[in-house]
Ligand binder design. Structure first.
Ligand SMILES: NC(=[NH2+])NCCC[C@H](N)C(=O)O
Ligand SMILES: [Mn+2]
Ligand SMILES: [Mn+2]
Length: 311
């Protein structure tokens, strides 16, 4: 289908490369965006008819806080906060000018920035969060202290208020986010999802209803009239590790290659996509083939969400 989504002008996609790993402990996830671009993503999107804006990856070095001791259990808190704040400005700027921001991670803490940016530009946007994890731990519930397991709690405004993160406005309403693919949710997170009535389709529902029905139910929940902008935040660990092995927190029993792509295709078909994140590609994990395979799958998910069809 050769159309442009409703909230995008001149079929322009702005690639926001975010070589950042501070939201978790494994080295290498900062190399994800570089590999995705080197695999030819820019030309692939041009081939699909997009005007592609890409002026190099973001440099976060100058942001590095000299002294960044943990706050409670939270690791690298000042660094993550400052990086996400700058990402929010960049993503929000693109969205306001009618470009579709495609953020390449980097770890999923970045979504605190990307979704903040989306909501500045489109206050009524909804979020489809595709992940093995709920990433909704709070100051009180996090066990690992890794902020990539926490961005959603900041966006909806739960948990202890941390002054270092004061810029994050709790703009995301709990009925405007839906999860697909969950299978490794901490017990504190399960309670948060329940108490806040947050809709989630785990792998159990994918097995039970099939991916077609699950995506339809997910969109019915966050976007009942199919008129709101959609921010699709895709953590590649939603896919089964046999499909995307190069990622920091793989969990077996994940989405198949087709199920992952189907989600992207179905979101594209709504004509409402307004921002896309491809997160947690870590080219230093897994060996030879696995790395190439994961990078290729990251690119093809992006293409599917941006209009590539099978026929
Ligand atoms: N974006 C991710 N891969 N998140 C994994 C989070 C794992 C775990 N729930 C934690 O909070 O540490
Ligand atoms: Mn995950
Ligand atoms: Mn995640």
């Amino acid at each position: 289908m050769a159309f442009t989504p409703r909230f995008v002008k001149d079929k322009t996609v702005a690639i926001v490369g975010c070589p950042f790993s501070g939201g978790q402990a494994k080295l290498g996830v900062d190399k994800g965006p570089i590999h995705l671009v080197e695999a030819g993503l820019v030309d692939q999107l041009k081939e699909l008819g997009w005007n592609v804006q890409f002026d190099g990856h973001h440099q976060f070095e100058e942001i590095a806080a000299a002294d960044d001791p943990p706050i409670g259990k939270l690791l690298n808190p000042r660094l993550v906060s400052k990086v996400c704040e700058s990402v929010a400005k960049v993503v929000g700027g693109h969205a306001k000018s009618g470009e579709l921001p495609l953020t390449l991670g980097g770890d999923h803490s970045l979504a605190m920035g990307t979704i903040s940016g989306t909501l500045e530009a489109h206050p009524d946007a909804c979020v489809v969060w595709v992940d093995a994890h709920a990433d909704i731990n709070t100051y009180e519930t996090t066990d690992s202290g890794n902020i990539h397991g926490m961005p959603v709690s900041f966006l909806i405004g739960i948990g202890k208020k941390i002054p270092e993160f004061a810029w994050v406005k709790p703009l995301l309403k709990t009925n405007r986010i839906v999860y697909i693919g969950l299978r490794d949710v901490d017990s504190g997170e399960k309670r948060i999802l329940r108490e806040n009535n947050i809709k989630a389709f785990s792998m159990h529902e994918v097995d039970k209803y099939g991916i077609g029905k699950v995506v339809e139910m997910a969109l019915d929940h966050v976007n009942p009239n199919r008129d709101l902008p959609i921010h699709l935040s895709f953590d590649v660990d939603a896919l089964d590790p046999s499909v995307a092995p190069s990622t920091g927190t793989p969990v077996r029993g994940g989405l198949s290659f087709r199920e992952g792509h189907y989600i992207c295709e179905a979101v594209w078909e709504t004509g409402l996509l307004s921002a896309l994140d491809i997160m947690e590609v870590n080219p230093s994990l897994a060996d030879g083939d696995g790395v190439e395979q994961t990078v290729a799958v990251g690119c093809s998910l992006a293409r599917s969400a941006l209009g590539e069809t099978l026929l």
